[in-house]
Design a protein around this ligand. Sequence first.
Ligand code: UD1
Ligand code: MG
Length: 454
Amino acid sequence: MTSNALTTVILAAGKGTRMKSRLPKVLHPIAGRPMLGHVLAAATGLDSTKTVLVAGPGMDDVAGYARNMAANVSIAIQQSQLGTGDAARAAATQISNRDGVVLFVFGDTPLVRRETLSDMVERCRKESDIVILAFEAADPTGYGRVVREGEEVKRIVEHKDASEEIRSIRLCFGGPMAVRAAHLQALLATLTNDNAQGEYYLTDFVAHGRAAGLSCSAVICPESDIQGVNSRADLAAAEGVMQDRLRAAAMAEGVTFLDPDTVYLSHDTVFGEDVTVGQNVVFAPGCRIGSGATIKAFSHLEGAEIGEGAEIGPFARLRPGTFVGRKAKIGNFVETKKARIEDGAKISHLSYIGDARVGPEANIGAGTITCNYDGYNKFFTDIGAGAFVGSNSSLVAPVKIGDGAYVGSGSVVTKDVAPDALAVARGKQFEKSGWAAGFRAKNETAKQKKSSGD
Ligand code: UD1
Ligand code: MG
């Protein structure tokens, strides 16, 4: 074969009924990204000439997601879900190359690695007309069984069509299949739905191809790289595998996890060197953690960028749009949203800082709240460099606290405070000497009178 053309076809039109969900199966997330996103990332990393996504009619969210994520994906619509072979047929009209390789991948196998797919494509280019991906399943129930003779794959038998003898085979079909494009049309023409499920099976390419003199071999990968997601239990199992992978990769990059199994990462979490993460921390999508930062136990971060040497938590909640500068500190029970906490600033306890900037080295006292929302609109609070906001203050946005200004504890600040000024906005304390003693004496006398009169 001369051509290196590669068309990758992702099958995602299935109804996913076993998920019992309104959300299409391939949009269920693993590590904060839809399963389809993981498969697309693996597929588009292969230098495919073209990527075709097969979706069902009305699956606009699936098609839209794929288009957003990868610019050159074309969408094929499979009118009714008649099986994986029929889905391949729906894609065929979009496959123009008559040479090179066509790689089919299922949208419900999010753990598949790019390197594995790449090995399959190479082997299909050089050695076999058809290359399938197979794995030894601990429990093969439900999977197609791979029947081999030496290295040659003879056929794949779906679980529902298999005899007891075939069911005892533990080598299963994982989903990905590479086929030389020159044979695709002929193979599609051989498909029938004469089987237990009345479906057109992609897996029949193997037996039908061999009958026509084509060769077929298997690339074998660990089960944890290819286990399919058909149910919520499978989804949870795949999440577990992905989390282990992400944790291992982070530790290899120089992150210390005090208890790795309790830390949840997203597919896009980025760590610098020498980051320390405590127990029970969640990194939702969009987090970048700078070198030397410490994220203490029970913190939840999403869409947050943390500067070098910053200290977060325990029990901090950083919401999207949070930026924390170098050596800044966010302590316990602090919530931030769309907030720029600049270098060396401190928000140590019990605060809500949203739609705000906290200048470098500013200190925000316990219980400070930015009142950013009036039920309709959001307003900005700007706190200058080195400002000191006393405990339990409410900053009613829009408002600006100047550089180096002080705000007295318990203030409700509604007007801008000039740089280096002191603002106190609370009721004035007054004192009546002896008032409490008099109050008690009066009431005690009344009480005694009442009881002696009874
Ligand atoms: C399929 C394989 C099985 C394999 C297993 C691996 C077939 C016939 N069976 O079974 O051998 O062990 O995957 O996980 O191929 N899809 C469509 N259109 C359809 C039907 C399915 O696009 O009409 C898509 C689905 O969205 C899904 C993929 O194809 O992403 C696989 O379909 P699914 O129904 O999950 O097949 P399995 O029963 O898992
Ligand atoms: Mg499946």
